[in-house]
Ligand binder design. Sequence first.
Ligand code: PT1
Length: 281
Amino acid sequence: MRPNNSFKDNLEQSKPRKHIQVMGVINTTPDSFSDGGQFSAIDNAFQHALKLIDDGVDILDVGGESTRPGSVQVGLDQELARTVPLIKLIREVSDVAISIDTNKPDVMQQAVDAGATMINSIWALRLESSLELAADLDVPVCFMHMQGTPETMQKNPTYDDVVNDVLDFLKHRIDAAINAGIKPYNIIVDPGFGFGKTLQHNLQLLQSLAEFKSLNVPLLVGMSRKGMIGTILNKPVDQRLHGSVSSAVIAAMLGADIVRVHDVPETLDAIAMVNALQQFD
Ligand code: PT1
């Protein structure tokens, strides 16, 4: 018997619509479940990646250095060891888009050589020579706003006007990117929720998210499990699922093109609702 696919058929017949992408975070840092060794950390990360691919994730974000508030930087060798073999393993089994979350040009280069298809830079490629390298690698790059460094950024963040200041910063980075030869269609921007921002700053940015569409490049937003959600809900990081999914939906409704999340199947369902709604644009 022919399965009743009428809802699916209706969707497939409708005009092409914007598809908001879900980027799933792959943690590569050894955690309490592994024995602390590099091999088991990579294996855990690989199993997690396979699960997210099966869930239908659009992009995997692989990073070898924590950028949470208070975190310190790791060395080049360690960052390479945590990311490059993992990207190779994923690329052997899947053509999923892979983003490399790094600040280091050597990691960008080796990650792209291993099969990464995008660079995610919380430093907006401000490190020496990384703009030129990214132009050379010719892959999409996300330029994120951050005030300060991950180690100290939450000490006393201050702005004249957070929305204008972040917009201005991103405009300047777009100009610098184009001057360095990065193709306009390879540029993505991100206001950087939680990176040198108080709860009030984060909420002002979220309220004004639609203004970032004036930059005319895709917009990436990451609020998943962050302190801003914890403060609003007064809940620890393992109880922020609903706050995180809600935040992703709010961002998508306000114009985000990519949402960076931990809870992939839940967010895919939520974003599918937004995608369906936008066919009536
Ligand atoms: C992000 C992001 C990222 N966030 C992009 N890359 C992290 N493009 C790592 C907290 O307040 O938003 N965009 N890469 C994770 N960083 C944080 C920052 C994690 C703040 C937690 C907090 O809790």
